[in-house]
Write a protein that binds this ligand. Sequence first.
Ligand code: HEM
Length: 265
Amino acid sequence: MKREVAQIDKILNRIIAERRASGRDAGDLLSMLLHAQDEDGSKMTDRQLRDETITLFLAGHETTASTLSWTWWLLAQNPAVEKKLHSELDAVLGVRAPTFDDMPKLVYTGHVITESLRLYPAAWGMARLADEDHEIAGYPVAKGMGVAMAQWVVHRDPRWYDAPEEFRPERWENDLMKRLPKFAYFPFGGGPRQCIGNAFALMEAALILATIARKFRLRLVAGHPVVPLASITLRPRHGVRVTLESRKQITAELPFTGPQSAVAD
Ligand code: HEM
């Protein structure tokens, strides 16, 4: 474990040292952390910077990556959803790549991510320690007891979702989110420790999905088992293996010079 921590430290310390040496304000989060000052003028030490960046690096990487893996897997098995996604991408983007400004128009793309996070929430469960005696739904919770909340279970509860096991991005039309009780959908947690990367993750996932789905269909490699592994994040135990298939109408307009088919995890 120490060796692995040292490896991650090495990567992050290099990134921090390079940025510090350049003195450049790149306008990104690392520059904000480097330039942040307390009232007394003091800045973060290298150790504090390392701790902040390592949290963002780890919390922000595998969660979104797993979400996208599950999304491709769900799309590959639901051709009608995939078709609707492609129609939206073609209508909104035509032959261009998406940008942040397209987000408000990529409504169905957003629903696909929302629905994927419902069925395969990267944070499949979370826990708290009670810091005072309490009662939840008639159950006494004594100070010091642990309470676990499982997104995986709540997100599949038929009280909140019709056909809860089905992948139906359409369910999010007509403001379902606003009609649901607050914690019927909580892929990013809630309260004071709610995911700080919530909005960023949704934007990143939707833009990556749109960028790739605009050009390719992802086809599942037959016989490769896809099974959820409830590790710290919910990930496909053996990955999701796919082949890329060019979408002809797009590639006809946009010459694509790279390999037409590749296998990817
Ligand atoms: C689909 C992607 C993501 C999911 C499902 C997710 C989920 C969560 C959840 C459920 C929590 C709360 C844990 C708890 O209360 O016990 C959390 C916290 C956190 N997340 Fe995310 N997250 C995602 C992406 C990101 C990204 C992209 C970043 C950063 C760039 C990030 C940074 C953090 C941080 C720093 C915390 C701790 C916040 C605090 O304790 O104040 N997450 N995340």
